[in-house]
Write a protein of this length. Structure first.
Length: 269
C-alpha cells in the first residue's frame, strides 16, 4: 500500500440499520442483507475494487442495530478521507441504513475477535399498539410484573452455560458466556431491557427475553428460571421473543466503556 496516498490500513464503520427488510447482517442466498448492501456501495466508491467487510457479529433477520461495527481493508487508491467516506456512503445508502462513524484502525484489527463486549436492548410495549411501535417493539398479550422480571434476571447475571437459551445448540462448541448486567428501564409506555456482556450466542437475547416475559406474566417463577438455566436444555425454556424488538446498541473494543454504557432513551426515538 502506498503510504503517501493512504496513511492508514483499515477502517472501522459504526452502522445503524432498520432490520425489517433485511435477512440480517451477514450475506446469505435469497435474501438482501446489510453487509451485501454496504459492500456493493463501497465497491462503487472505490472504483470497482472488491471490498469485503468483516462484521462484529451476526444479527437475525428483522433485528435492528444502532451501533453495529464492521471493518475493511482500504485500497491504496482512490484515497477517500474518513469524513468524506461517511458522507458519500450516507448519500448512496437507503434510508434504512446509516453510517454513524468512520474510524482509522490498525491493519491487524479484527472487528469480531477484538471485541470486549456488546450491549443489546430489547423493547417491550407496555401500552397500546400502534402502526409504528409494532415494527420496533413487542407487545405481550398479558400484563407484566416488571419487578419479578428484574429479580429473576439476577439469576442470569454472571458466567454461565446458556445452552437453555440458544437455538441450534449442536452448532456451537461452547455455550459459556458472561453477562455483566441486565438493566430494566421504562420510558413512557416502553420497557427497555438492556443486556451487556462479553458476547452472546445465536438468538440468546431473544430466548432470554422470552423467559423473562414468562416470569413477568406468571407462567414461570424466578427460581424456575434458575432451574431452566442449570438444566442446559433448550426444550425446558419458554418460547423465543420475536426479532423486531431487539436492537444491537453498541460494540465495545475497550472493557472500560462497557461499565459506562447507559441507555438514554428508547432506541428508535
Amino acid at each position: 500500500m502506498d503510504k503517501s496516498e493512504n496513511n492508514f490500513n483499515r477502517l472501522l464503520l459504526e452502522i445503524s440499520f432498520d432490520g425489517r427488510n433485511y435477512g440480517g447482517w451477514q450475506i446469505q442466498p435469497n435474501s438482501p442483507t446489510v453487509q451485501e448492501l454496504i459492500q456493493e456501495t463501497l465497491t462503487k466508491l472505490y472504483s470497482g475494487q472488491d471490498i469485503k467487510l468483516t462484521g462484529s457479529s451476526r444479527t437475525d433477520a428483522g433485528v435492528h442495530a444502532v451501533g453495529f461495527a464492521a471493518s475493511f481493508a482500504v485500497p491504496a487508491r482512490p484515497h477517500i478521507p474518513p469524513d468524506k467516506l461517511k458522507k458519500a456512503l450516507n448519500g448512496l445508502l437507503p434510508d434504512s441504513v446509516a453510517i454513524r462513524g468512520v474510524k482509522e484502525v490498525p491493519m491487524d484489527f479484527h472487528a469480531r475477535f477484538d471485541t470486549a463486549g456488546k450491549a443489546y436492548t430489547y423493547v417491550i410495549n407496555l401500552g397500546d399498539e400502534t402502526p409504528f411501535a409494532s415494527h420496533y417493539s413487542w407487545r405481550p398479550y398479558l400484563k407484566l410484573d416488571i419487578e419479578k422480571m428484574r429479580e429473576a434476571a439476577q439469576h442470569l447475571i454472571g458466567t454461565h452455560d446458556f445452552s437453555s437459551f440458544v437455538v441450534n445448540r449442536d452448532d456451537i462448541d461452547n455455550a459459556v458466556r458472561t453477562i455483566y448486567n441486565i438493566d430494566f428501564q421504562v420510558f413512557g409506555q416502553y420497557l427497555c431491557i438492556t443486556f451487556t456482556g462479553n458476547g452472546f450466542l445465536y438468538r440468546m437475547i431473544r430466548c432470554l427475553v422470552g423467559a423473562l416475559e414468562a416470569v413477568g406474566t406468571g407462567k414461570i417463577s424466578g427460581p424456575e428460571l434458575k432451574t431452566i438455566l442449570e438444566q442446559k436444555d433448550r426444550r425446558k425454556a419458554p418460547n423465543t421473543a420475536p426479532p423486531y424488538g431487539l436492537f444491537l446498541m453498541k460494540v465495545f473494543y475497550d472493557k472500560e466503556d462497557i461499565t459506562k454504557f447507559k441507555l438514554e432513551n428508547v432506541p428508535f426515538l
